[in-house]
Design a protein around this ligand. Sequence first.
Ligand SMILES: Cc1cc2nc3c(=O)[nH]c(=O)nc-3n(C[C@H](O)[C@H](O)[C@H](O)COP(=O)(O)O)c2cc1C
Length: 236
Amino acid sequence: MKHFHDIVAYRRAVRKYHDDPVPDAVVRRCIETAILAPSSSNLQLWEFYHVKDAAKKQALVEACMSQPAARYAPNLVVVVARHDLWRERCRANLEFVQSLPEDEPDEKPIKAARYFTKTIPTLYWDFFGVAGLLKKLFAFLVGLRRPMFREVSASEVRTMTQKSVGLAAQTFMLALAAEGYDSCPMEGFDSRRIRRILGLPRGAMINMVISCGKRAPGGIYGPRFRLPLEKVFFEV
Ligand SMILES: Cc1cc2nc3c(=O)[nH]c(=O)nc-3n(C[C@H](O)[C@H](O)[C@H](O)COP(=O)(O)O)c2cc1C
């Protein structure tokens, strides 16, 4: 399958798989592709856990409510939104920017440095939701005079992170499809238990669990349903 549209069309949510696992090398290659996804401010606040330990995998299936997509899957990959790592990822970006050769008339690296030391920390830093409320008020007041970024509360910034991580998750599933493998994204799970299984801190958010393998007969529950384009696409 070479064509992008064919790959997208091939991908279905699969809930029953053959026993053969997706080879580790394929999982790795697809994760390498997944991390080429765009992310807000290039913070790349994602992590991927390919759960290989049998006991951990069984615990993960149970944390996914033992739903078929997890129970029948030879491979499970947990996609984690590491919102809590924003400082570290800011630093990594800053180091990258500073490592670029300096080009006198081009001020871009300097501006980018300011972005990662001031703008992003102002947006991401919060104190038990209080700073977020103040930022919300500030955005509202500034927004009365000029266009202003408004999604500044703690929960809205976390949503921003989840948005980017979702793009990487989808890229991973499409990469699997391009290699002839199947997947099912899941959000029907107990995130607290999954954090415990993976030894993750509270600030880590479970974005999706993705089951992977090769579709077995009956693995696709029915024909694909999509709303007609006129319902969702508007030329204005
Ligand atoms: C964020 C997200 C969470 C989902 N959670 C589950 C889930 O917990 N269990 C499941 O069987 N399918 C889950 N799905 C799969 C959807 O039900 C499926 O993608 C949808 O019905 C469309 O079918 P298709 O992917 O085959 O086109 C989820 C999909 C997404 C994007």
